[in-house]
Each structure stands twice: as C-alpha cells, then as structure tokens.
Write a new protein. Structure first.
Length: 401
C-alpha cells in the first residue's frame, strides 16, 4: 500500500535564498510538496558558499534544501521572466524572501500573478514585513533577535549581550511561513482562491516571547537575562555537579517536595521561604545555593540515575556530538543519512512532524539537495513545453553566467 504525504501533488515555486525561505520550503518538501528552487546562474543560493564544505559541497546548503529541484533562471532577462511567469501559472504556491517592493518592480508581485493564477498562494518572507516604517530595512537573524527583544533576555545577569546559539531569527519565521502556507491552502479548498501570506521575521520574534511580554503587560517589569533559570518556576535551572551540570525542573509542589526528600533537604519542604512556587521564585538565590551544596556531592551521571528513578524531570546538558549517539533521537529518526552527490553519506536533522500515515523511512524526501540548475532542462521540457534542443540551449546560456 502506497503512503501519501499530506502535500503530495502540491507544487511550490521557491524563489528564496539562505535560510528563512529555504527552511519554509524544506518543511513543505518534508510533507510531500514538490519544490522548484529558482537559483541565480553561476552562484546559486548564497548558502552554497557557507561552510562546512565537503569536497566543495556545502553541508549547510544540503541541510535546508534537500528534496528540492533546482532551475537556473535570471528573471532580469525576457526569457527568464517569461519562464518564471509560466511556472507561476502552473504551481500552487510561490515563496519569496527578497526585499519588499523588489518583486513588484520586476512585475512578479502577487497582484500581477493572481491575475494569471487565482489559486496561487503567494508567501512573502522579509525582515519587517510588507508594511510599516521598517519595511525597507535590511535584516538578518542577529538584527531581529536584537530588535525583537530575544537578546535582552538571553545570557547571564549583568553579562554582555548573547545571541541565541542558533538562527532563531530565521528558522522561526520559516516555520510560521510553512504554517501560513498550509492554512492558505486549506482556505483555498473552501473558497477556490489563493491569497498572499505576509511573514515578518521581527513579528515572529515577538510572537514567541511568551512570559516576557505577559510579565511586562501585567506588572510593568522589564524582563532581563536569567542564565539557565526559568523566570516564573523554581527550582528550574542548571546546577553544578562534581563534574559538570545537571538540569532540574520542578514545576509544582509535589515535584519540589520529592526533590527535597531525594537530595537530603527534607527541612526545606516546610520552610516558609519555599512553601509555594511564588515564594521559591522570590527566594530563588537562597534556594539555589542550598540545592547546589547537595548537587556538588555527586557526578551528573550519578544524579541522573537518582533523579530519573524518582521520575523527576532532569537532564544533562548535551554537547552536539552526544546528539548523534542519543538513543531517543535514533528511535525518532531525528538524525538521518542522506546520500549527497560529491559528498557521499552525511547526517542531517530529520523531520520532527510524525504522522501515523507516513512510515518513518518515508518521513524525508527521497532526493538529496540539488546541484545548481540540476533540473533545469527537465523542468523546462516537462512544465514549460521546451523542446530538448531549446532546453539545452537555455541551460548552456544560463548555467555558468
């Protein structure tokens, strides 16, 4: 019995570059969509130049572009623009992440394309959205982490500004864009018409601030960096052990009381400073010091054996290499091998969306990341009606220029 993914049959024109846009279309590819990635002749997506490289191939590019088809296209030429427009007539979704206004100047904006394809879902990803006073500003992950307040609550109290250790400013918008895409596709099933989806990187940073926004709205208190601890739940942080650190997270009184009994601090259960979560948070410094006097007595692995046996939420702080050996991640198919031309087998992050209709071995697209323009001739002939000779000519004219 063949398995069908939710987006099987959906065709996506991917006019994106680097990370936020490609992450969105990778998520759509994971769910079965066919992605046609438009790339500039010669250099392709900027991220092809980003390391690490193996035999000249970017593993970074592979990590967010697997399962896509690449076509070289210069939309500044008459033929390139015509090819783009003809494809836009035939696809279900267009995703672009260039500066607001640029698509309109090329005559490739939503208002133009919806006249050719009223069912088109047109997704625009940008730093600040298609409207507002910042819309024309350039943006990168670091810029929106700063403007969106993320950096202000990250790091140790009193320390220098700290960027979140992965490109949350790009990846979260990519996820919201994919979510917006499937919502627009669902709406199309009801109305018969596509629509424009406008995703701003800055908006997405504010959307995930959760307790920092709630705290200021309710109390007027401006959140700041707290290191590893949670702003509202205590104890909920990293504690030093005799050889490293252990994370202990007690989200209610029952867990706190159990922790006290296990680590030999029974007297704290009825201590008036710590009888409620609010009091524990108010007196977090005193409590953390008392707990750490105990956690320093054993190694992290010794504490984990004790804490997990008692069903207390706890964990080591894994370095990235340990993820590749983690049995839980292996069981969930979250680090998978891809056979990539010029590289061989390389491990990349798997698909975190598990559907009962899709077996684990089918969760990722079968295809590796494409070479620049690898599918140009195939797409020109199959989708745009080019003859083999014309497709060959186009490829030769555009592939390296």
């Amino acid at each position: 019995m063949m398995t069908q993914k939710p987006l099987d049959g959906i065709k996506v024109l991917d006019f994106t570059n680097v990370l936020a846009g490609p992450y969105c279309t990778m998520m759509l590819a994971n769910m079965g969509a066919e992605i046609y990635k438009f790339e500039r002749p010669g250099c392709g997506d900027d991220s092809r130049a980003y390391g690490p490289h193996i035999n000249g191939e970017s593993v970074y590019f592979l990590s967010v572009n697997r399962g896509k088809k690449s076509i070289v296209c210069n939309t500044k030429t008459e033929e390139g623009r015509a090819a783009f427009l003809k494809m836009a007539e035939k696809v279900d979704v267009l995703v672009e992440n260039i500066k607001p206004g640029a698509m309109k100047r090329m005559g490739l904006d939503y208002e133009t394309l919806k006249q050719l394809n009223p069912r088109l879902v047109y997704v625009s990803l940008s730093g600040f959205g298609q409207s507002g006073p910042y819309s024309q500003r350039p943006a990168y992950d670091m810029i929106v982490q700063a403007l969106g307040g993320i950096i202000s609550i990250t790091g140790e109290p009193g320390g220098n500004p700290v960027r979140v250790g992965m490109s949350i400013g790009d990846i979260i918008p990519g996820m919201f864009a994919a979510f917006g895409t499937v919502n627009a596709l669902f709406a199309r099933e009801r109305t018969g018409f596509g629509q424009k989806v406008d995703i701003a990187m800055l908006d997405c940073q504010v959307a995930i601030l959760e307790n920092a926004v709630a705290k200021y709205s309710a109390t007027g208190v401006v959140a700041g960096p707290l290191g590893s601890r949670h702003p509202l739940i205590t104890p909920f942080q990293a504690f030093k052990t005799s050889d490293s650190h252990v994370i202990i997270a007690c989200g209610n009184n029952n867990l706190f009381n159990r922790l006290c009994n296990i680590i030999g601090l029974e007297q704290l259960i009825d201590d008036p400073r710590f009888t409620t979560n609010a009091l524990r948070t108010e007196n977090v410094g005193q409590l953390a010091e008392l707990i750490q006097t105990k956690t320093l007595e054993k190694t992290t692995s010794e504490w984990l054996e004790i804490l997990l046996k008692a069903d207390l939420p706890s964990a080591p702080i894994n370095t990235i290499d340990k993820l590749f050996l983690d049995p839980q991640l292996a069981a969930r198919n979250m680090l998978v091998e891809v056979e990539q031309a010029g590289i061989g087998k390389v491990k990349v992050a798997g698909n975190p969306i598990k559907l009962s209709s899709v077996p684990p071995e089918d969760e990722l697209p079968d295809l590796p990341a494409p070479q620049i323009g690898e599918h140009t001739k195939e797409i020109l002939m199959e989708m745009l009606g080019y003859s083999e000779a014309d497709a060959e000519r186009y490829f030769e004219e555009n592939h390296l220029h």
